[in-house]
Design a protein around this ligand. Structure first.
Ligand code: HDE
Length: 698
């Protein structure tokens, strides 16, 4: 079965057990166009009419079927996390957790398990841009031998709310406002901050949401967290609390806010393209998989409640044990069939993994299964190829329903039955030993709508996060708050947030108040006075990610008459370090280099601005540079690279353009006459030292 990329045929799990190959092929040479029911089509250009200029006939079932199918192509997008991108790959266990769990996926070292991972933004619609300030979803479906395990996480380890009953309110508040239908994919508006100010429990998450984590550089450069506390259960059904972590090999990296805003215009599909192209070119994204394990006694000794999803467990207290890795090495063949139809369910867990009583998680256990019914339209969504278990059979006595694709055999559709005794298939049976068992947690308490008192400290971990950041990150966080709150028209909304921030950190509150040009309100009353925890430097991004060109993109701007040897040298140096390299020229046809050779361009200057690159080189001729001085796209190319703290390599002929773009010399501005290699070290990182010279931060 050829794919569009001409890959060799491969078995499609879609069809396993449901009646053989059903797939249409796009490129089989003898492929004959048919209707949905297999009738060959003779003419796909003209509808059936009463004469060449006459009316179209109702009789034309080919036309009607085609149009009708098209009319119904769309399905409801996800209510949250609607915009996402996904890839296939594998998970490999490197260290057994058999002491803690009987789940084979976590005990069979070296075993590779197929996975499908989908990354998403939360607030925007399916067609929104990739780079708003937003939490990112990090959902992984692991097709284990004991059923699918869906680890449906985020790129932030905590959440806004403690109880599932507040989720619809949170989502209503952050999505576009009810009367006006805007803003799309943005938390910077009144209703969001109104809700947040009234929900002090969200303050910790707000610190993360306003940090650079919510403007990731790439989906490949994000951490993933299970967020909720889960349990591992061993052979004796003994429980250990567990937090799940994914750590990107490329480190956690972010864009600058101004850059993220400009990327949204330059390439709304920035993250989707980046993931697709990386996999397509063999630069497979990889994550370490780690766990934090805690006994009940250890959990009880913490100064916060492990069931409260607004709290994290500092790594300094409970280090992350790396026990596996995930590699994404195959792009989906079809976006709709796979990425769109993938249904992730936190209830999908193999035996040996179990939930905790976290009231947020408990609500999720209902919601995901439920939402699929309106999104995918049938209880049989598990039969869609992307959702089917691949590592094991799935069999039970659930029957029929819309779009049933399984053809069940035999008379028995109930259990228990004794038809096996008659030679009929009796059907599957429960497995008390190998089957999923829940942890025998004691639950005898008084029924009540209560919030545990152990959930009442809303500020200590917000303070911990803020105080653990580097000064650069603190300034970004404060500036993000100023930006977002400046978009709120209600003064009381801004003021209430300031009152909450005073509980986090006096200096932070003062910086934000100053940035807003507002008086400092009194501190809001806290349910519990925050405590000072030991700083956790591991919560930083800056200084933690590897300085490397791997995973980064270098753009080389070239004009007619430029020195081809310099272009080649920069390209070779960048490629050798693992970067992706693109040539940009004023015209997409390319540039005529010194000596007359044509260098093809990957993109035209106006369509490939420097925000799409991590570092840029300007290889210009004198005349080429003179031409560019009158071209705002060229000036923006350089000035944006400068203010987004990127390395800029240049040939001396490019100096007038640097001057016009107000570029001041620093360690990241590299004269390429000194050799292309000198451009590499600054290109491996952002020039953080430059920031105070180019931007006023709060
Ligand atoms: Fe979700 N969430 N969520 N969520 N969530 C959905 O399920 C929900 C929460 C997360 O790529 C929905 O299939 C409730 C936390 C991701 O397809 C829905 C609550 C975390 C995705 C839903 C939460 C997440 C979703 C919408 C509070 C991080 C996208 C479509 C109790 C651990 C998965 C769907 C994908 C999607 C409900 C809170 C992550 C409506 C009720 C906490 C990554 O069922």
């Amino acid at each position: 079965m050829p794919t569009t990329k001409g890959a060799p045929p491969r078995a499609n799990a879609a069809t396993a057990g449901i009646g053989g190959e059903t797939h249409q092929t796009a490129s089989a040479p003898d492929a004959r166009l048919t209707t949905n029911h297999g009738v060959p089509v003779s003419d796909n250009q003209n509808s059936l009419k009463g004469g060449a200029r006459g009316p179209t006939l109702l009789e034309d079932f080919v036309l009607r079927e085609k149009i009708q199918h098209f009319d119904h192509e769309r399905i409801p997008e996800r209510i949250v996390h609607a915009r996402g991108s996904a890839a296939h790959g594998f998970f490999e266990l490197t260290q057994s957790l058999s002491k803690y769990t009987r789940a084979k996926i976590l005990t069979e070292v070296g075993e590779k398990t197929e996975v499908f991972a989908r990354f998403s933004t939360v607030a925007g619609g399916a067609g929104s841009v990739d780079t708003p300030r937003d939490v990112r979803g990090f959902a992984v479906k692991l097709y284990t031998k004991e059923g699918n395990w869906d680890l449906v996480g985020n790129n932030i380890p905590v959440f806004f709310i403690q109880d599932a009953i507040k989720f619809p309110d949170l989502v209503h508040a952050v999505k576009m406002e009810a009367d006006r239908g805007y803003p799309q994919a943005a938390s910077a508006h009144d209703t969001f901050w109104d809700f947040i100010g009234l929900m002090p429990e969200s303050t910790h998450m707000i610190m993360w949401a306003m940090s650079d984590r919510t403007i990731p550089r790439s989906l490949r450069m994000m951490e993933g967290f299970g967020v909720n506390t889960f349990r591992l259960l061993n052979d004796q059904d003994e429980a250990t609390f567990v937090k799940f972590h994914w750590r990107p090999k490329l480190g956690t990296q972010s864009t600058c806010w101004d850059e993220a805003v400009k990327i949204a215009g330059a390439d709304p599909d920035y993250h989707r393209r980046d993931l697709f192209e990386a996999i397509d070119t063999g630069a497979f994204p990889e994550w370490e998989f780690g766990v934090q394990l805690l006994s009940q006694e250890e959990a009880d000794a913490l100064p916060f409640d492990i069931l409260d999803a607004t709290k994290l467990i500092p790594e300094e207290l409970f280090p992350i044990q790396v026990v596996g890795r995930m590699v994404l090495d195959r792009n989906p063949d079809n976006f709709f069939a796979e990425t769109e139809q993938a249904a992730f369910l936190p209830t999908n867990m193999p035996p040996g993994i179990d939930v905790s009583e976290d009231p947020l998680l408990q609500g999720r256990l209902f919601s995901y299964q439920d939402t699929q019914l309106s999104r995918l339209g049938t209880v049989n969504f598990h039969q869609l190829p992307i959702n089917q278990p691949k590592g094991c059979p799935f069999q039970n006595f659930q029957r029929d329903g819309h779009m049933q694709t399984q053809v069940f055999r035999g008379r028995a559709n109930y259990e228990p039955n004794s038809l096996a005794d008659t030679g009929e298939p009796g059907g599957p049976r429960e497995d008390p030993l190998g089957g999923f068992r829940s942890f025998a947690a004691p639950v005898e308490q008084t029924k009540a709508r209560l919030r545990a008192e152990t959930f009442a400290d809303h500020y200590s971990q917000a303070r911990l996060f803020y105080r653990s950041q580097t000064p650069i990150e603190q300034a970004h966080l404060a500036s993000a708050l100023v930006f977002e709150l400046s978009k709120c028209s209600f003064e009381h909304v801004r003021s209430r947030i300031l009152g909450n921030l005073r509980n986090v950190d006096q200096d932070l509150a003062a910086r934000v108040a100053d940035g807003l040009g507002m008086p400092m309100p009194p501190k809001n009353a806290a349910a519990v006075e925050p405590i000072d925890m030991d700083a956790s430097p591991l919560l930083r991004i800056v200084g933690k990610y590897p300085e490397t060109l791997q995973g980064r993109a270098v753009g080389i701007l070239v004009t007619d008459g430029a020195d081809g040897a310099v272009v080649e040298a920069v390209k070779a140096a960048a490629l050798a370090q693992g970067a992706a390299v693109k040539i940009i020229a004023p015209k997409v046809g390319g540039a005529k280099l010194k000596g007359g050779k044509l260098l093809r361009a990957d993109g035209q200057l106006a369509g490939m601005p420097s925000v799409l690159f991590d570092a840029v080189a300007l290889v210009l001729s004198e005349e080429g540079c003179a031409d560019l001085l009158g071209e705002s796209a060229a000036v923006d190319f350089v000035s944006n690279a400068f203010v987004h703290l990127k390395a800029i390599g240049f040939t001396p002929e490019a100096q007038p353009l640097l001057d016009k773009a107000n570029v001041e010399p620093d360690a990241g501005i590299v004269d390429l006459s000194g050799g292309a290699d000198s451009f590499v070290p600054p290109a491996r990182n952002r020039q953080w030292d430059r920031e105070p010279n180019v931007r006023k931060l709060a």
